[in-house]
Design a protein around this ligand. Structure first.
Ligand code: 5GP
Ligand code: MG
Length: 179
């Protein structure tokens, strides 16, 4: 028997996300080199990255891809404040033009951690792209170069983004309704 699912209100539907990703890819292709190294921050951004990478291919880019796992939430819905590196990339970033892809920019600690790490390893340039920007919540002064959608501060799920490991498979981004 299936568990009873809580109500989830749609914030960005699948079509809206898909359209935005096409324009985002065009913006990226205008500015960044064809042989970009895309570093996907797992786990939350795996669906976004899969769609963004194919959109980048459609606009003529030929990126290489690597993955890093960073965690600051655990099972909670509030950031713990510490960013933990649980799985590193395997590519050498020295001299490369890198673009870090994450699902949500919130306090800014995760993106700052990833950018500092790639810079310290000798990347020639470190750009960033996030699907959602919770611009009100910043605790570290950082901006993403490419943003899908700015959002207010509410806890979202779906399209790769989880709540205690659930809801990553939803095709849309939504907010769990409190009962
Ligand atoms: P930051 O380090 O900027 O505070 O947090 C960014 C990370 O926190 C994101 O990559 C994401 O994993 C997680 N995060 C931030 N807001 C949310 C949210 O509303 N829902 C979920 N599931 N994760 C979030
Ligand atoms: Mg994350």
């Amino acid at each position: 028997m299936k568990n009873e699912m809580p109500d989830i209100d749609v914030v960005f539907d699948a079509e809206t996300i898909a359209e935005r990703i096409e324009t985002l890819a065009a913006e990226i292709a205008e500015k960044l080199p064809e042989n970009l190294l895309v570093i996907v921050v797992l786990k939350g951004s795996f669906v976004f990255a899969a769609d963004l990478l194919r959109a980048l291919d459609r606009v003529g880019m030929r990126p290489t891809v690597d993955f890093i796992t960073l965690s600051s939430y655990g099972l909670r819905t509030e950031s713990s404040g510490n960013v933990e590196l649980t799985r590193d990339i395997s590519e050498n970033v020295k001299g490369r033009c890198v673009m870090i892809v994450d699902d949500i920019l919130d306090t800014g600690r995760t993106l700052a951690f990833a950018k500092d790490l790639m810079t310290a390893r000798g990347a020639q340039a470190v750009h960033s792209c996030v699907l959602l920007d919770k611009y009100e919540k910043r605790e570290v002064s950082i901006k993403a170069d490419y943003v899908g959608f700015p959002i207010d501060d509410f806890f979202v799920v779906g399209y790769g983004i989880d709540m205690a490991h659930l809801f990553r498979s939803l095709p849309f981004i939504g907010v769990v309704r409190k009962k």
